[in-house]
Write a protein that binds this ligand. Sequence first.
Ligand code: ZN
Length: 464
Amino acid sequence: MGRQKYQKLFVLPDQTARLAIPELAVIKDNAPIASYEVVHQRYFSGDYPICPKCGGTNTRPLKVVDRQLKDIVGRQEKASDVIDLIFHQRYYRCLTCGNRVFPEKVSFAEPGVHFTNRLSDILADGTLLQSYEKVCKEYGVPASKASVGSIMRRRLQFRMSQLPSLKTPRAIAIFVVKFYREEYPVILSLDDHTVRFIDILPGSSAAAYSAFFSGLDRYQVKQILIDPDEQLLSSAHTAFPNSIIAVSKECIQRFTRKAFKEVFQAEAKHCTVPRLYSSLINPEKYLREEDRERIERVMRKRPRLHAAYIAYQDLLNSLEGKWNVEKLLEWAGSMPDYLEEYAEDKPVDPIQEFDIISDILTLFRNEVNQYLSLQEDPAPSLAASTAAIEEALANMPYCIFDVLQARMLLNTPNELFEIGDKTYRLGIPIDQLVSKIYDVNEMIRQKRENDRDGYDTENESSGH
Ligand SMILES: [Zn+2]
């Protein structure tokens, strides 16, 4: 084993030049099939790699294992530029450290991925604007679910490394969005009264938070608005011991809205009034007269929804004026009163959906009080921003986290800031972020409608 099966005179210079991967030499062209057989350039030298484990130089070729990959050559624009690569990869044995066996190290493809890096990058870039399956189909390569994560991570890491470093904001807000069944924390910068998107994290664990926080300048962050989450609170305290950590009015509004939505979904089934929910969640004073009448008609038959609506509107009103924790707790405790006037007709189930607000106010009383003690609201437009992001993501067809993060981070340019001769990124303004997400959602949907050939889309195959 390990003797040379291929000779240097087998190398095909034209095909090797066309392939243009400096590590590789083409030793066989399987034309008319678009398929090259390749070996590492080292194959023809007597020069063996050092052991990756012990660094020893006493290594010997042991065997050759064929690795099948898809690659793209030539103009790299269309399916016909895609070829098969059969890589006769050499494995070596290290005689120094317990006969360890290791493969020839390569830089043109990641371990375990069936595409070369340059093809991966093209697929990953395409995925920013359409579904992964669709991009793979355009290039005529199999859409392997197992590899999309590593393909996107590689590209994202590279593109992220091209971004200027983040200028640590003085104030940040962290809120958790639900995307299909997963929850992802979104990080916003609140500097200069402008809300900007900074990043979205792969999970809401203490580890995920700490990893992100460690990239910030801990002395620069003065205020952190958080969602009511113990992991987040303790991670923020550890990372920024001198910062103000607060639960904001926006957060209480958002959780109240979520609670009201639960009542709405339970009570307004089979209700055909268009855009009813979006009419209900805004402050009542903004309702148009015709909406007001339609809403009254719906409410007449749904006492529990009606009571919850009045309670929800009362809370919005309270938050507009002067409020404190006690006042909101009183509101939460008065839920049975809202139902009283309906009790005479027939029993109505209690409204327990708003109990979450009492929990937040009790468990995070300190953080709510921190917010109330701030001299000024760090970002009056925060509520509009979180609502806009939630709605935009609610319309996005399913994709894995890496694709979601890449679509949010890489499709829209960051605002930049210069200090001396160094450029920093400030984040992406929310209106630009959201409008780009809608563009992407629309593009994915249009492509799907134009293509009714039964091909699996991300959304359908994920079972949502
Ligand atoms: Zn070794």
